[in-house]
Design a protein around this ligand. Structure first.
Ligand code: NAP
Length: 256
């Protein structure tokens, strides 16, 4: 399914669109006709390269730190000023920091928890706060949050990450109930390991084979496999998926 033309005239804001899963999401939405905003934090050159590869359109690459509430507000206003609307918000940007309880100083522990929660949970919440009034004014919208298998399975040595993604799942479900009367549908997509920079050390490290063997597919997902699901969740006609958290983890962890 390419959804060609499905998103004609639609403006999609993808956080963390410069690399990995976000890049694949940007490319899938643009191929389906959307005007896409590629938000990035530090890698401007990568974001511009993504932009250059998209089909012709008014696509933008914009810098912002989603962990900074003022930058989130400026980002959203900038998109609305330049493109007039935001129909789909994909909260994809995230960080994955290691901080084993034993072996991390108390000061490092505080810092890593603060960074992770501010980036992976409070950032998306702030984006929602700023974007939703524009969606309401336009008659509706879609929000897709990229969470993680770790929210359910547990994320040893990355405890803040697991907690942030569990929080983002909960945020998605609360918003699904709160915003449906406004025509705004909210879902979450929860990947297992995906072939990106974030997972590189694990997939290509000494335990890479064991990590891949967590799935009976004996491999990690590609970014495009995640992107296809994200795009589907935002597709007109998929409204009744609101509140869903979709596992895309190659059966590496099966929730009951
Ligand atoms: P990635 O390759 O490390 O890319 C992270 C992206 O997020 C980059 O575009 C980065 O921007 C952006 N970003 C990070 N911190 C930011 C901040 N404070 N403000 C704005 N942008 C920020 O990651 P990925 O693997 O594609 O992950 C995408 C999402 O999928 C994340 O939420 C992650 O938790 C989730 N996920 C990934 C996996 C996996 O195995 N890869 C598994 C489950 C869930 P710059 O390029 O400018 O640095």
């Amino acid at each position: 399914m390419t959804f060609e033309g499905t998103f004609d005239g639609t403006v999609v804001l993808v956080t963390g669109g410069s690399r990995g899963i976000g890049r694949a999401v940007v490319e899938r939405f643009a191929a389906a006709g959307a005007t896409v905003v590629v938000q990035y934090r530090t890698q401007g050159a990568a974001a511009k390269e993504v932009l250059a590869g998209l089909p012709a359109g008014d696509h933008l690459a914009l810098q912002a730190d989603v962990a900074d509430p003022d930058q989130v507000r400026t980002l959203v206003q900038d998109v609305v000023d330049r493109l007039g609307r935001i129909d789909v918000l994909v909260n994809n940007a995230g960080i994955y920091e290691r901080h084993p309880v034993l072996g991390t100083s108390y000061a490092e522990w505080q810092e890593s928890w603060r960074r992770t929660i501010e980036t992976n949970l409070v950032g998306p919440a702030n984006l929602v706060h700023e974007v939703v009034p524009h969606m309401v004014a336009a008659g509706g919208g879609r929000i897709v949050n990229v969470t993680s298998r770790g929210a359910f399975r547990g994320e040893p040595e990355h405890t803040a990450y697991g907690a942030s993604k569990a929080g983002l799942n909960s945020l998605s479900q609360s918003l699904a109930r709160e915003l449906a009367p406004h025509g705004i549908y909210v879902t979450a997509v929860a990947p297992g390991f995906v072939e990106t920079d974030m997972a590189n050390d694990y997939l290509n490290g000494p335990d890479g084979e064991a990590v891949r063997a967590q799935s009976p597919l004996l491999r990690a997902a590609t970014p495009d496999e995640i992107a296809r699901v994200v795009v589907f969740m935002a597709t007109p006609g998929a409204e009744s998926t609101t509140g869903a958290i979709v596992d895309v983890n190659g059966a590496s962890y099966l929730r009951t």
